[in-house]
Design a protein around this ligand. Structure first.
Ligand code: ZN
Length: 244
């Protein structure tokens, strides 16, 4: 709870400072500083790795394009069948899709990483407090967790989407559906969960939580933001993700 007020109170200049990494910290870093540093480092690492992937995929697109060109010439000369050209065009489309998908992941990287960090922070807080862990509905200043009553499966997501679009006349803002690249990388099981980009205290967020609880669907709603950013608050539908 203290962490949250700290999270919200921290100023942005602290984030800038942390870019200059001292070789040895004079004091042991507190939870807040660790979280912020972890966030910055993880985001940079993740983006850098995606950048490398994009470069590889773009190389593949180029090769696939050349292949299509060559096969078109061969077709014109009557040396190969049209099906061969179509096959190559299909392969090219797939390579282009990979580039687009990776770029999409880069765009959402900040929000995804912030989401993972606040989720793991909440787990740590609960692990430290057995009394909390036993409750079906946990409320702290930074999050609310409801353990649910029935079975939940991600394939039921459409019901929640329908409730939301019926109520608010717009699409449910899903940030992560099932296992994301970032969960894969950090060995977190998020296969049966989805993250909704809504603040739990907003009108839409509150209505969603109300719906989930009435239907016995487990959720965790996070209020805390990563210092110096607007990312973090979201609603995780499903049981908490665990490391594997
Ligand atoms: Zn989640």
């Amino acid at each position: 709870m203290l962490l949250v007020s700290l999270l919200l109170a921290v100023d942005v200049s602290a984030q800038r400072k942390s870019k200059k990494k001292p070789a040895l910290a004079p004091e042991p870093p507190n939870e807040l500083a660790k979280l912020r540093d972890e966030y910055i480092k993880a985001t940079n690492d993740y983006k850098a790795s995606l950048e490398k992937l994009v470069a590889i995929y773009e190389g593949n697109v180029k090769k696939a394009e050349e292949k299509v060109e060559v096969s078109k010439k061969l077709l014109a000369e009557g040396l190969i069948a049209r099906a061969q050209v179509e096959e190559n065009e299909h392969a090219l489309a797939l390579e282009k899709q990979k580039v687009a998908e990776t770029r999409r992941q880069m765009d959402g990287a900040d929000a995804q990483i912030a989401g993972v960090l606040v989720e793991t922070e909440a787990d740590k807080e609960i692990a430290k407090n057995l009394r909390l862990a036993k409750q079906g509905l946990i409320r702290t200043a930074s999050f609310t967790r409801y353990t649910g009553s029935g079975g939940w499966n991600l394939s039921d997501a459409w019901k929640i989407q329908r409730f939301f679009s019926d109520t608010f006349n717009k699409q449910l803002p899903i940030a992560v559906f099932g296992q994301g690249a970032i969960h894969e990388r950090w060995h977190l099981d998020h296969r049966n969960a989805m993250d909704i980009q809504l603040h739990p205290d907003g009108v839409e967020g509150r209505a969603l939580l109300d719906y989930l609880q009435k239907n016995g669907i487990p959720y965790s709603a996070f209020r805390s933001a990563i210092p110096g950013t607007a990312t973090g608050p979201h609603i995780h539908i499903g049981r908490p993700s665990h490391r594997y």
